[in-house]
Design a protein around this ligand. Structure first.
Ligand SMILES: [Ca+2]
Ligand SMILES: [Ca+2]
Length: 306
């Protein structure tokens, strides 16, 4: 666990998990031995971390959205694992799980990599399988000792099993993603259908083989920034946004106070004159009609400039 202190981000994760770890170990006795699966996103110019939530603003998006590289870690305090099966999910399909890597192909240093005497990576005991389920937006990674006769634990490449990542993937925001919080979490029970696989780890400790569901830590990613015209923040610009805008205008004009929040105000004030009115609603309708009849439609702001 020591190497997790290397990055500031990880240190916060570590302190949070250690507290949890100690309190639950006190309560559960031997359960303190269980391994933990967790994610890490490296902070960049675009992505910040406040100790609990990663934040990215829509202004960092390009026309394809935004790819966030995510690393997956596995910490086994007993260093005794020979079959590691994390499985994770994002229930919100605006954030797609993509590009799961197999660190043996091509070889990169990973949790259970081994090197030969010349220092070159060798194919070690671990056999790796990766799978992505686009329908449920889940990913599974399996790293196991394929020799039935030999259930001896992997050698970890670093000092600890999480000195290096287990695998990595991209969490990809689509351009039309609504603002709000997105969570990526490990599955610890079947969720979408009966007998669905979930995260497990098999270990051998003092000659005894056990299979456990590891401790897990999810990550939260907050997307900020509005989409012009998407007043109800559902990822599409359509007639309901125009009608919400019109309703707000009607309500304001009879003296009611504002019901739109700051983002809705900006999303609905199409002509940027500081108020919500009928002309904003009609612009949204015009753009919606254009969208429904045009392939490769221009973004709203460019459509307005036409
Ligand atoms: Ca909408
Ligand atoms: Ca306006």
């Amino acid at each position: 666990m020591t190497k997790r202190i290397i990055s500031g981000t990880a240190a916060l994760l570590l302190s949070a998990s250690s507290v949890q770890f100690l309190s639950s170990s006190a309560a559960e006795g031997m359960a303190q031995d269980k391994p933990t699966c967790y994610f890490r996103i490296n902070e960049t110019e675009d992505i910040t971390f406040d100790g609990e939530v990663y934040t990215i603003d829509r202004s960092s998006f390009n026309s394809e959205g935004y790819k966030i590289p995510v690393e997956v870690y596995y910490y086994d305090p007993a260093n005794s694992s020979w079959d590691v099966n994390p499985k994770w999910k994002c229930a919100n399909h605006f954030l797609k799980l993509a590009d799961l890597t197999n660190p043996q192909n091509p070889f990169i240093p990973y949790a259970f990599a081994e090197v030969n005497e010349e220092g070159a990576f060798v194919k070690n005991l671990a056999t790796i399988m990766t799978s992505i389920d686009e329908e449920y937006n889940t990913m599974a990674f399996k790293c196991y000792n394929a020799s039935l006769a030999n259930r001896s634990p992997f050698t970890s490449y670093g000092e600890e099993t999480d000195s290096y990542m287990l695998t990595s993937f991209n969490a990809v925001f689509s351009p039309s993603s609504p603002y709000g919080e997105y969570e990526i979490y490990f599955l610890t029970e079947s969720e979408d259908y009966e007998d669905q696989r979930y995260s497990t780890a098999a270990r051998t400790i003092d000659g005894e083989r056990t299979v456990v569901v590891p401790y897990v830590e999810s990550i939260k990613i907050r997307l900020t920034g509005f989409i012009l015209g998407d007043v109800n923040n559902d990822g599409a610009i359509d007639a309901s946004d125009a009608s919400d805008t019109l309703k707000e205008y009607a309500s304001l004009s009879v003296g009611n106070s504002r019901s739109f929040d700051e983002n809705q105000m900006k999303a609905g004030d199409i002509d940027e004159n500081g108020s919500i009115d009928a002309s904003d609603a009609s612009s949204i309708l015009r753009y919606y009609a254009y969208l429904s009849t045009t392939e490769n439609a221009l973004p709203f702001s460019e459509f307005l400039a036409e």
